[in-house]
Design a protein around this ligand. Sequence first.
Ligand code: OSB
Ligand code: MG
Length: 375
Amino acid sequence: MTTVHAVTLREIRLRLKEPFRISSGETWDRRILLVAVAGEAAGRQATGWGECVAGEYPSYGPETIDTARWALREWLVPRLLGASFDDPRQVFPRLDRNLRGHRMAKAALEMACWELAARLAGEPLARLLGGERREVEAGISLGIQDTPAALAARARAALERGYRKVKVKIRPGADREYLDPLRRELGPDFPLAVDANAAYTPADFDRLAAFDELGLLMIEQPLEGGDLLRHARLQRRMTTPLCLDESITSPERAADMIELGAGRIVNVKPGRVGGFAQSLAIHDLCRAAGVPVWCGGMLESGVGRGHNVALASLPGFTLPGDLSPSERYWERDVVVPEWTMDGEGMVAVPWEAPGPGVEVDEDYLKEITAWTEEL
Ligand code: OSB
Ligand code: MG
């Protein structure tokens, strides 16, 4: 049994190596909310870390780092302080009962509890989650570039670095003019995906349907997150699989997607769905239905990346994840060792050390901390 003694919220500032542009806006200086949960089991003490994936503005989803801080301090952390659990699966229901939304805030706390439980048990996080793979395939997510030639050059460099998939951000006005030359650059067979972050509407259906000519691995979230009906209509017109990201906020939404035919692939981001228990439920139901899943990213620091890598080691994660190594994002990451990728686009899943297999560099963290709050 694990007992939670204290929770510390902390905001760090971490500048990306370069701005990341998607249809709804640009990010450069990341404000990242970290959660540290201190607890004990059988007389042993440990700390589990969690990372909240909410951004600064409510453009990807309704939460922000500031709403997450509020929700954690006022409602979520009080539900766990002094409480005990036998299994980290019990944490999400406790956070979710009569408390709607705020899934990114819930996820940060819940995943910290899983990490805590793994550290206290001396087990790798991947094993606690039911993972099997020793290494996971990585893809790169490329932001919208200034010119098609710049995008083609970035994609070629990624292919040469070993990445197993290239995903490019698109929006109306920056799609085919970028994608046609890109497909020629990468050749017809290289796994190429696009992500619109909900920038299209049914008025664009003819244009989107013609994307079938590009031989894409998938089209991620072309329409509004809440709009499963129109995704289903678009999917019926296309052979390219649609993949849903923003739409899938719970296992129930994943089941709806499958039943409605609103998509054929799910991007699982544990931070978006409320944590690991919810992610495992989505993984299990998609696997039972023969729907492939893969692990998405939210420009996480090494803390969140460790959780994503552990999750991606589950057997249903059959497509390369947005799991770039630390060097793709940061001059210096907050964990030791940093996350690396080999020349074949594989990221090793830590199976030797307890927890995520990396340690937070607390001295560096202090240097980049904007505030902390101990609860
Ligand atoms: O839609 O997958 C997305 C980053 C921020 C917000 C939304 C998304 C993304 C990414 C980044 O695609 C993937 C990564 O972390 O490398
Ligand atoms: Mg996406």
